[in-house]
Design a protein around this ligand. Structure first.
Ligand code: ZN
Length: 488
């Protein structure tokens, strides 16, 4: 996904200031038993910092794409095993998915980690655009940082449990293919989140903030048109063009844009559009993504897309097939949990970047044609959640309908530069990304201490979750069987 750029409605400043003064005493002061445990969790993260950075750098170098993350997932799983977690590999029928568990009994808290890269984004860890390996993949969404930070936070909790300071179970979920088919949806279908009490994750970003706006729902499908080949000049009357049908379909979809809600996003790629001009094309294939702020909206769009395909096929006298191969639900935001994260963000304070790191970021901004404002590591104020999330989807959404799930962003890239692009790769392989990653691990570990220490926190999350989920029957968009990775 899915870094979601947010225009925030500012929370009244005075409330923010009052909150901040309340919470500003750092854990280092160690005034309460919970604070002491948080301090110990942070110490554990510091102790393993070099190893975690090395892991994220190795995953950054490997840059393995969706469901190909064999070595990346092995690196994380091996590390978890070496640290004393019980590791189960290849869960939910996904060879690159795994679960690392420690402890016993309740509460059971899960942490989600991702590690897939994006094709074609290879980039050196430098402020000038240059591929590390031309044509190769790159971590344009910072998932090398995402997985390593999540595991680091789980390890900190494990060490507190081992020392008899926290009770319960900690579970790290190695979740592949976030960028493609959504490994978490398959893990949801396999029931792997059913016994969790709460679930946490984070995402690299250009700002450091709680995630109270959620993400969009999406459905992905393939439309194929089947026509009849003939000589395009010799006997065109014997042919029926699959490409003509596809053109009518996309025309229909584009005409439909005016008559959908402003929250809708529709995009497509043409995968097959005929081979040579002198053959009437017998086959055409289109990859289509439809998004809206809610899964119900997406279902309606899908119905309309079916009608368009049917109409296009009818007009051109060809056959068609529409195959849904995936999708995500919107994220069910849990404000009770987000508040815990927010408190920890405030108490940990901003991510402090060096002058050198700011210069690195400004270089990138200049070459991206945006204002050289550098990096923003400050904690963004609490904002009023928007009713309609914008600009992206994630398979975390599907998890959020199974268990109260919370997330936040930590700064790992310069402001206003393109996401899913080389600036994110460049920063994710050097100290800017490392800093955001370690910070994220600290926030997650501190928040988990709040959950293990105080059952009322989990209770509040569960109550909100049950109330928001009431009457909704979750049904994943994925078809039966294993995931399909769409290729040209
Ligand atoms: Zn992402």
């Amino acid at each position: 996904m899915t870094m979601i750029k947010k225009k925030r409605h500012a929370f009244p400043l005075f409330i923010f200031l009052i909150l901040s003064t309340f919470l500003i005493s750092s854990f280092a002061a160690g005034t309460t038993p919970t604070d002491k445990k948080k301090k110990e969790a942070l110490a554990s993260i510091d102790k393993h910092k070099t190893e975690i950075i090395a892991l994220s750098d190795q995953i950054w170098q490997l840059a393995e794409t969706a469901l190909q993350e064999t070595q990346s997932s092995k690196l994380l799983a091996d590390y978890a095993e070496a640290q004393g977690f019980k590791v189960e590999r290849g869960v939910a029928g996904l060879p690159t998915a795994f679960i690392a568990t420690f402890g016993q009994g309740s509460p059971i808290i899960g942490v989600l980690g991702e590690y897939d890269a994006l094709p074609g984004l290879s980039q050196r860890a430098q402020p000038v655009k240059e591929a590390l390996q031309p044509g190769a993949a790159g971590h344009g969404c910072g998932h090398n940082l995402l997985g390593a930070a999540a595991l680091s936070s789980a390890l900190a909790i494990k060490e507190l449990m081992e020392a008899g300071k926290l009770k319960g179970t900690i579970r790290f979920y190695g979740t592949p293919a976030e960028e493609a088919t959504g490994g978490k949806v398959y893990m949801v279908r396999a029931g792997l989140f059913n016994d969790l009490d709460a679930c946490l994750t984070w995402h690299p970003g250009q700002k450091t903030a709680v995630s109270v706006d959620g993400s969009q729902a999406i459905v992905e499908f393939i439309i194929e048109f089947f026509g009849r080949a003939a000589h395009a000049a010799g006997d065109p009357w014997n042919g029926r063009s699959a490409v003509a049908a596809m053109e009518l379909y996309t025309t229909g979809l584009n005409r439909m844009r005016e008559f959908v809600k402003p929250t809708v996003r529709m995009h497509y790629s043409i995968l097959n559009g005929g081979d040579v001009p002198n053959v009437v094309p017998a086959y055409a294939r289109l990859w289509c993504w439809l998004r809206d702020s809610k899964g119900t909206g997406v279902e309606q769009l899908l119905e309309r897309a079916r009608h368009l395909a049917e109409g296009a096929a009818m007009m051109t006298e060809v056959d068609y097939r529409l195959t849904v191969h995936g999708g995500n639900w919107e994220t069910l935001v849990n404000l009770s949990g987000e508040k815990l994260i927010f408190n920890n963000l405030i108490r940990l304070g901003p991510i402090k970047f060096t002058q050198e790191e700011q210069e690195f970021a400004k270089e990138i901004q200049k070459s991206s044609g945006v204002e050289p404002k550098g990096l923003d590591g400050t904690v963004q104020p609490w904002t009023v959640p928007k009713p309609d999330p914008e600009g992206g989807s994630t398979d975390v959404g599907d998890v959020s309908w199974q268990v109260p799930t919370i997330s936040f962003n930590a700064t790992t890239a310069p402001l206003d530069t393109p996401w899913h692009a080389w600036p994110v790769v460049a920063c994710g392989g050097m100290s800017i990304g490392h800093k955001g990653m370690i910070y994220a691990a600290r926030v997650m570990a501190a928040t988990m201490v709040d959950l293990y220490e105080n059952p009322r926190n989990i209770q509040a999350m569960k109550e909100e979750f049950e109330q928001k989920r009431k009457g909704v029957i979750y049904k994943p968009f994925i078809p039966d069987g294993p995931p399909i990775i769409i290729k040209k």
